[in-house]
Design a protein around this ligand. Sequence first.
Ligand code: PMM
Length: 290
Amino acid sequence: MIAHDQRLRSRRPLAGAERDGDGYLLRWQGCGVMGVVNVTPDSFSDGGRHLAPAAAVAAARAQWAAGATWIDVGGASTRPGATPVAADVEAERVVPVVRALRAEEPGARISVDTSDPGVARAAVVAGAGLVNDVRGLRDPALRVACAELGVPAVVSHLRGEPATMHHAPAFDDVVAEVVAELRAARSLALDDGVPDVVLDPGLGFGKTTAHNRALLRATAELAGLGGPLLVGASRKRSLGEVAGEPVPERRDAASLAAHLYVAARGAALVRVHDVAAHVQALRIWRWLGG
Ligand code: PMM
C-alpha cells in the first residue's frame, strides 16, 4: 500500500499547520477523519441530537478527543424534503457552536458545512478554517468569500439542488462526468483565489446506489485529480440498502467498511458520524502498513 502524503494549503493560520511562504501548510499521512456535527432538527443521520449548542459543542469535543482531524459543523440539512433554512437561522445555529468550540478546544480544526457566503464568513471569523460546500462552490460569492478569508474549501459534487436531486439521477458515465465536473469546479475556485480545494464525489447527492458504487470504486482516480480527496459515505442510504439496515444510526459498521476501502485507495479524509470507531480502525490499518 502507498503511504499517502496529504497536504492542504491555507492563507489563514490553521492549528497544526506550518508556515509556508505567504501561507500555511497542513500535512498529514494517510486518511484522516472529519467528524459530523449537524446542528439541525432534521438531518437524516443525526437530526435533532445536536440542536442545542451545548450538545453540539460536547459532541464536537468528544470527536476531537477521539482523534478527529476536522470537525464539520452544519446548520442546514441537505436531506431531500428538508425545510429550507434562512441564512440567519443557519448562522444562529452554527456560529455560536464554532465560537464555543474554538474557545474550549483551541487546537481543534473546524470546518463549516454551508453554501451560504454570509454563514461561511461568520463561521470563519468565529474560528472555522475550512468551508465545506455540498454545492461545489458554484456560487461566485462563496468563492470570493473563501478567497478573501484565505480559507481552503471542500468542493463536493452535486447537480441541481438537494431538494430535487433524487428525482432523476442520470449519468452516461458517472465517473467520467463527476471527474470532469470536479476538475472544472476546482479550477474555477483556484482561479478565483481560493487557497486550496478538497474534492468530494458527493455520494448520495443525486446519485443512485450504482452511481455511488462506481464512484467508490474510482477512488484512486478521484484521489489523483490534485488536492486531497474527501469521501462521505457515512450512514448513507446506499449503504443501508446493500447492508440491509434501514436505520441510519445502525449503519456505522457499513460506513467503516466503505471508508477503509477508500482509505486504502488514497482518500485523504472520510466524513463520519462515529469518529472513535473510524479513528481506531484507521490506526490499526496504518499499523498493519495500509
Ligand atoms: N454529506 C452530507 C452533508 N454534507 N459534505 C460533504 N463534503 N460530503 C458529503 O458527503 C456530505 C456533506 C449529508 O450527510 P449528513 O446529513 O449525515 O451530514
